[in-house]
Write a protein that binds this ligand. Structure first.
Ligand code: 5GP
Length: 121
């Protein structure tokens, strides 16, 4: 899949639309999800143009990978959910119902998140 530079997270990265920023590093940006699904719901994205984890795992540099993983842990600690627990998810493609075609990790916590998956009936 080709990267679409007009996706909403690309616009956030370019400063064309605002976000509620949590953390910014050399290669990553974290901000609150506009439609939180739990008490704390933050998105962590690479600054580079990657459609999804499939793309990122194949093309990104080690520096970008390290930065993103460290940012995920840092965001969880900033949210104060490292002791109580949290869940990290990333949707790739159709079956996972990925909506925004720029790699993002959902960091969710602050309450009991229930079972990992509830499949549609
Ligand atoms: P996906 O289904 O692609 O894994 O998740 C996309 C996420 O992006 C959703 O949770 C949605 O609420 C969030 N989102 C979509 N548009 C915006 C936006 O303009 N700003 C922010 N902060 N989050 C957004």
């Amino acid at each position: 899949m080709t990267y679409d530079p007009n996706n909403v997270f690309a616009k956030i990265l370019r400063g064309e639309i605002p976000c509620n920023k949590v953390l910014e590093t050399e290669h990553s940006l974290a901000f609150h999800d506009i439609n939180p699904l739990c008490r704390h719901h933050v998105l962590v994205i690479p600054k580079g143009s990657y459609v999804s984890l499939d793309d990122f795992s194949a093309r990104s540099s080690e520096a970008e990978i390290v930065d993103l993983i460290r940012s995920l842990g840092e965001v969880a600690r900033m949210l104060g959910v490292d002791a109580s627990g949290y869940r990290i998810m990333s949707n790739h493609g159709h079956d996972a119902r990925q909506e925004v075609p720029h790699l993002h990790f959902h960091v969710c916590g602050g309450e009991d998140l229930g079972p990992m998956l509830r499949l549609p009936k």
